[in-house]
Every structure is written in C-alpha cells, then in structure tokens.
Write a protein of this length. Structure first.
Length: 354
C-alpha cells in the first residue's frame, strides 16, 4: 500500500517542524482577528479555527459556518497567514474553498465514518488543497489509514495526518490517550506521510501542552497544531486546553527541535550493537521455546495440564523484580513474559493435541 504524496511545503520558523495555531472555534470577528494578529506577531504562519464544530451533545456552540469563513479570509488578507479549518461534509468543502481556506482537516469523529470520509473524498476530486486527517476517536490504525487512502485516492497528494489521541471510557490523566505506538506505527507503515501532533486535544489541559509538544518532536513527528485563544478562559469551546499566543510563544521557544537525519557513524555503530543483541535475544527465545516443547511432551505423557498457574505467577513476580533491579519497568517485563508465555502455551497445546 503506497500513498502518492507531494511535500506539504508549509511555512515554518523551525526548519524541521511546522506549527499551526489558533482558537478551537471562530467565535466572533474580534476574537478571531485579535488572536490571529497576536499569533502572527509571534511569528506563527498557519492559523486554525473551527468554523463548524462537532459537539458531543446538542445545545453547545456549533460554529457560525459561512460568516466565520469571511473572518478567516480577513485573517489571510491582513496577516498573510495560511488558514486551516475542519470540514465534515461536501458542503463544508465547497464553502471553505470558496473562501480560500488553505488547509482542510477532517475531525476525529468524521474519520471514524467511512461513508462520510468517502463523501468528502468525492467532493475533493479535482482540487489541490492540503488535507490533514485526524485519527479516528477509537484506537483503530486501519480506519485511520483507510481514511487517508480514500482522500489520496481522490487525487489529494498534499496530505498529512493529525494525532489527537484516542478516547477511552475511563478518564485518566489525558482527555484522549496518546497511545504513541499508533502514530509511530503509522509513520512506519507510511514513512513519507507528515504526521502532526495535537497536544491540546490529547491533554485537554493547558499545563500538559508543553511536555506533549516535546514528546511529539522527540518521536520525530513533523508538526504541531495547538489551540490558542486571545482569552482562553472565556473560550466558547475547549477553554481548559487553550493558551494565549504569548504562552504558546513561550512554549515554542523552549522546545528542542531535533535532527531526524540518520547519518552519524556513532549512531550506526550503536545500532549495529543493538542488532547483534536482538539476534542473540531471538536465538535465546528459540532455545527457550524448544525446552517448552520438551516440557509439553512430558506433560502429555503424564497427563498434566498445559498451564500451571503457580509456576506462571512465580515467573512473572521473579522476573518483574529482577527487571526493576536492572532499571527496566516491572510492567514492561511483565508484558514481555506474558507474550512469551502465551507463545509457549500455544506450542505446548499443539503438542498435547497432536
Ligand atoms: C478541533 O480540532 O477543534 C476538534 C474538534 O478536534 P477533534 O476532531 O480532534 O476532536
Ligand atoms: Mn477544540
């Protein structure tokens, strides 16, 4: 599976990552223009604002629609920033393009619905606009990739993804769990696709935006989209996760933008060492499995059960403790041994049922 991509060529101060900023919603002309001018003054090049807002329950502010697009146009004319907004239907696309919006993003709720994504893809045919696809609300990488394929299949080549975290029933530290392994796997599967992190919707809290931005950059993501409002506490949506342009500028000024190039000899040497250790690890695992199969034969002979829970708990406890003494998290060791155990049970079952 390949995407046909062209570079996004988005402007950025920071050579290696671009930053999109602006309020969750376009509320009033004055709020939009004030925020945009403050952001432009801090060197921001791309302005976001929601013009149509997908709200969980009816009764919330659902966006002004077309009148707000006029303010976005004004932002572009008066500040020179590019503009970005969320679209969810073919009508949204038609209107957004009519007002010269440069970047369209597909929201998390929309990405989860292949009918809606296909309708959007059909409406995008023949246009050359930049499209960013947010991950679906549920942690389903294939659904996310499916949406990207639909949009790309419509001929959109200036395409990227936005990682905004995944919703869960149990609310923990984050509003939406980052589950970093998913955007990382997306990058592995589609190496040329730019991936942008949305720390505002992941965290739901302004104090967590800075560390999430740094984490995203450290993991090699390509850009950030951050909610910024001239008066965050008075925002009509997502108030708790927005920061002023001034605070955003402070956050960005402290970020470390790392080099993604993989050219140094030192790095090559270290990776070579890792490869050798990985070889040895697999070799050892294979030897361990062989013994497990011998045990399987023995259990079959003696009519014993495959899973002997006392022995299994003993392994998890003992190795968990050993791992933590050596600086490896107990949970990590537990997960590794659970996987190893699962495979040896599978192999022993095969033997017993032969
Ligand atoms: C937004 O960007 O304001 C938004 C509604 O995001 P999401 O689709 O990620 O919830
Ligand atoms: Mn929002």
């Amino acid at each position: 599976m390949e995407l046909q991509l062209q570079p996004l060529n988005l402007p950025s101060d920071q050579e290696r990552a671009f930053i999109i900023a602006g309020p969750c919603s376009a509320e009033k002309e004055e709020q939009v223009m004030t925020t945009a001018k403050q952001l432009a003054g801090k060197g921001c090049h791309i302005f976001r604002a929601g013009v149509w807002k997908p709200r969980t329950k009816p009764g919330g502010f659902e966006g002004h629609g077309e009148p707000a697009l006029l303010w976005m146009k004004q932002v572009k004319e008066e500040t020179g920033m590019l503009t970005a907004t969320e679209v969810a239907t073919p009508e949204h696309i038609e209107l957004a393009l009519k007002y010269g919006i440069d970047i369209l993003w597909i929201g998390a709720r929309t990405t989860a619905n292949p009918f809606a994504v296909q309708a959007i893809a059909d409406a995008l045919k023949g246009t050359d606009v930049t499209v960013l696809v947010k991950n679906p609300v549920n942690p389903d990488l294939e659904l996310w990739i499916g949406a990207l394929l639909r949009i790309n299949g419509a001929g959109i080549q200036k395409l990227g993804a936005i990682h905004r975290g995944f919703s869960s029933y149990e609310k923990k530290l984050y509003r939406n769990e980052p589950m970093w392994q998913i955007p990382i796997e997306l990058k592995r599967r589609l190496p040329h696709l730019p991936v942008v992190c949305d720390p505002s919707h992941i965290s739901g809290r302004r104090d967590l935006i800075a560390p999430l931005c740094q984490q995203a950059l450290d993991l090699g993501l390509d850009g950030l989209i951050v909610e910024s409002h001239c008066d965050p506490d008075k925002a009509w949506s997502d108030a708790s996760q927005q920061v002023t342009p001034e605070v955003l500028d402070f956050i960005v000024s402290r970020l470390i933008f790392r080099d993604k190039a993989e050219h140094s000899d030192k790095l090559k040497d270290l990776r070579h060492e890792i490869d050798e250790l990985d070889d040895a690890l697999i070799e050892l695992l294979a030897r361990r499995m062989k013994i497990c199969r011998n045990i399987g034969e023995y259990k079959k002979d003696k009519g014993l059960t495959v899973v002997q829970t006392r022995r299994y708990s003993e392994i998890l406890d003992k190795r968990g403790a050993q791992g933590s003494l050596l600086g490896i998290g107990r949970e990590c060791i537990k997960n590794i041994f659970e996987n190893i155990h699962e495979e040896s049970v599978r192999q022993q079952m095969e033997i017993i049922n032969k």
